[in-house]
Design a protein around this ligand. Structure first.
Ligand code: FMN
Length: 179
């Protein structure tokens, strides 16, 4: 299908977009210097433009800068991670993680000036009624990809971090249990 708004290229390779995406790396240490919050909000707006099932945008992003909440998230996450690294993780998973040198210590959760939590929503509120969404996990993954791209384009570093289970975040943020 043709996109009439854009001239078609012969290749996407070596374009500014490709070069920029190739230079993206996950960072695990952060300076405490705070970027402009407006810049981050504009990246979240880009994320919201991602495609989603029936255009219901079944995601919820939360931006956190409060030091006490960051501390609480770190404490909860490190409990889960201790359990993961010392009891729950299958040998193969630990072997696959070895090259990263990660462990249950997660100082970045307090060092990073901002945390963005990502919730997918199987159900949303629509005009006061609960409404089922379609492909919420897939749609939220796409929106998160847009977010990572926007943050990178904005010159910001980030780490995709996935504590498992992550339901402690629902309690901290007072999100519904379904998210
Ligand atoms: C879904 C997902 C979950 C991830 N979870 C973690 C994580 O919990 N901790 C971590 O340090 N990195 C995590 N990462 C980052 C990956 O380790 C990283 O993307 C990968 O090693 C490739 O490196 P790059 O992002 O620099 O290209 C995650 C990435 C993705 C996409």
């Amino acid at each position: 299908m043709e996109n009439l708004e854009k001239p078609r290229l012969s290749s996407i390779l070596n374009t500014p977009l490709h070069k920029s995406l190739m230079s993206r790396r996950t960072e695990r240490e952060f300076s405490k210097e705070k970027p402009d919050i407006g810049l981050i909000l504009s990246c979240l707006e880009v994320a919201n433009s991602a495609p989603s099932g029936a255009n219901l945008q079944p995601w919820h992003f939360t931006l956190i800068q409060d030091t006490q909440i960051k501390k609480q998230i770190r404490q909860e996450a490190e409990k889960i991670e201790y359990d993961f690294y010392h009891k729950r993780a299958p040998r193969e998973w630990l072997d696959d993680l070895q090259f990263l040198g990660t462990n249950h210590h997660k100082p970045f959760l307090e060092d990073a000036p901002f945390l963005i939590t990502v919730f997918y929503c199987p159900v949303i509120q629509n005009e006061g009624e609960q409404k089922k969404t379609y492909f919420p996990i897939e749609s939220t993954g796409l929106a998160t990809g847009f977010l990572l791209t926007a943050l990178h384009e904005a010159g910001l570093s980030c780490l995709t971090y996935t504590p498992k289970p992550s339901c402690f975040l629902n309690s901290i943020y007072l999100r519904p249990k379904t998210d």
